[in-house]
Design a binder for this molecule. Sequence first.
Ligand code: ATM
Length: 236
Amino acid sequence: MNRSRTSECTQMLGTHTSRIVGRFISFEGTEGGGKSTQIALLADRLRAAGHVVRLLREPGGTPLGEEIRHTLKHSPAGRGMSSEAELLLMNASRSQLVREVIRPSLAAGEVVLCDRFADSTIAYQGFGRQMGWQTVKPIIDFAVDGTWPDLTLLLSLPVEISELRRRQRAAQASTAPQDRFEGLDREFFCRVEQGFAEIAKSSPSRIKTVDATQSVEAVADQIWSLCKQLLNPPRS
Ligand code: ATM
């Protein structure tokens, strides 16, 4: 959340009532790492523990964002899209999601689980499309205006395994059309993976890397223990 602005307002109003503040958790990683499965398992555990959970995805998550998602992934209009247009559309969707859903959800005390967020832009557009971290970061900052996840779970997978899982999935869903990202080459996904690794190194307190080659249960347990630390920090 944009904590500085909120605390400024609290001071201006001179109120001492405790604020309800939710938690914002994003999931990142290349395809095939099991994000959807892990998000569903975490949501079940959080709900069982009494939390109100909001499930979101990027690009998407609002009516406008879902239209942008279609343009980015499947629309014939997206063929030949420039990297610059892709970067701006990702962030158009994100800016709407932050203001229309994420901030109100956090203000209501919900736990927001988002399948991808700003780190994907650094990895895919910054590294994958080779636009550079310095180019994409100011645009992300404009879109999110201080709303960053409290915790980011990076499901990490070697490129060869990710590629294999993507191919297996595509073979199972042979009738579904490939999206604009699925057909990109191995070099692109190697750069994306390298991007995620560098982002994780740069923000070690927010981004926790989880080895996605482990069993589903082992990954879920590790994620749950990281989330418990966020939701119930030890008293100092
Ligand atoms: P999925 O929701 O199926 O992960 O598809 C979203 C695609 O958009 C995903 N593609 N692959 N592989 C990653 C890509 N993406 C970006 O390139 N930049 C972004 O900022 C985000 C949020 C997603």
